[in-house]
Design a protein around this ligand. Structure first.
Ligand SMILES: [Zn+2]
Ligand SMILES: [Zn+2]
Length: 135
């Protein structure tokens, strides 16, 4: 039992590291491919289980994008907005861009206690714009 625990802690730490080391905001499959290279005998269900533990611990964020795409994961838990390319699905962090969401006025209007703000801005990235011109 103890050995098992150590192993799952090691797995969880490795999965968290994979997500924190990248800024591509990977989906579960990407994380699985990376984990396979670093961990022995890892299976997809282990990835999903660990993702939900990391989510509930608040160590990662789950991003739902428009259009019913797969959930993507973010190891950067500081509040920040995201820029999403509608064509290739690229997600870019907007850390130093001043985006004012007036949380106080939302609180006043709705009586909600606001826990987090997840702002997604959609557009077309420069790479996809260049492709569109060629077409
Ligand atoms: Zn794009
Ligand atoms: Zn992010």
């Amino acid at each position: 039992m103890k050995r098992n625990n150590t192993r799952s802690t090691k797995q969880r730490r490795a999965i968290l590291k994979i997500i924190q080391e990248t800024d591509v905001h990977p989906n579960a499959d990407w994380i699985f491919q990376q984990a396979k290279e670093r961990l022995d005998n890892i299976c997809r269900s282990t990835i999903y289980r660990n993702l939900s533990v990391l989510l509930s611990e608040g160590k990662i964020i789950r991003l739902e994008t428009d259009g019913g795409g797969e959930a993507r994961f973010d190891g950067n838990v500081r509040p920040h907005a995201h820029l999403v390319c509608k064509e290739c699905g690229e997600i870019v962090d907007l850390m130093d861009v001043d985006i004012n969401v007036n949380v106080n006025s939302i609180k006043c209007k709705t009586d909600y206690s606001i826990r987090s703000v997840n702002l997604m801005i959609y557009g077309v990235c420069p790479k996809c714009q260049a492709c569109n011109i060629k077409k």
